[in-house]
Write a protein that binds this ligand. Structure first.
Ligand SMILES: Nc1ncnc2c1ncn2[C@@H]1O[C@H](COP(=O)(O)OP(=O)(O)O)[C@@H](O)[C@H]1O
Ligand SMILES: [Mg+2]
Length: 160
């Protein structure tokens, strides 16, 4: 399935900036990187190499989700924690606002229904149920633990 998103004229691909700049900007945007790592987990995206996110002084932009939400035999099974630019973000806390919004999503049937209705426009119902399950699984861990623990989940997360 194709997708469209806003073109970001001033941002560079992470892989095209110097190593020193990479290290500096990774520190600046650390919390956003943790969020992108968690997002990729939810959508089963294994393709977050350095060409698939753009970075600037202000923020980072996730692009290229062509390897996400694949309706294959693995999607409904254990969640793999894929790397972002070759790095993992186990034991790192995203911004509290992110966890709070996940908490609200988990606690609100209405919000879950809105997402379900949007996804049903794109995918079959069985797959949509698997999508919601993945979000709920990762979300519940984050609401409970505040992070994805390396000790517990380095070999994957069982979908509940
Ligand atoms: N929204 C965007 N804003 C700016 N540049 C983009 C955007 N989307 C893609 N690009 C540029 O185009 C390249 C290829 O796009 P991408 O979606 O990664 O396709 P693919 O990797 O399948 O060729 C990216 O690596 C990036 O340089
Ligand atoms: Mg790409």
């Amino acid at each position: 399935m194709g997708s469209m998103q806003e073109f970001i004229p001033d941002a560079k691909m992470f892989c095209e900036i110097s190593h020193d700049e990479q290290e500096r900007l990774k520190k600046v945007h650390r919390k956003t990187l943790v969020k992108m790592w968690l997002f990729d987990m939810m959508i089963n995206n294994f393709d977050r190499g350095g060409a698939n996110w753009l970075i600037s002084e202000d923020t980072i932009h996730a692009i290229d989700h062509s390897h996400s939400l694949r309706d294959d035999e693995y999607f409904g099974q254990d969640i793999t924690c894929y790397t972002v630019g070759g790095e993992n973000f186990f034991d790192e806390e995203p911004l509290p606002e992110f966890i709070e919004s996940l908490g609200r999503f988990l606690a609100t049937q209405e919000q879950q229904k809105i997402l379900e209705d949007l996804l049903v426009e794109l995918f079959n119902k069985a797959f949509v149920r698997k999508c919601i399950k993945r979000i709920k699984t990762v979300g519940s861990i984050l609401v409970r633990d505040g992070k994805i623990s390396h000790n517990k989940y380095s070999s994957g997360i069982a979908v509940e």
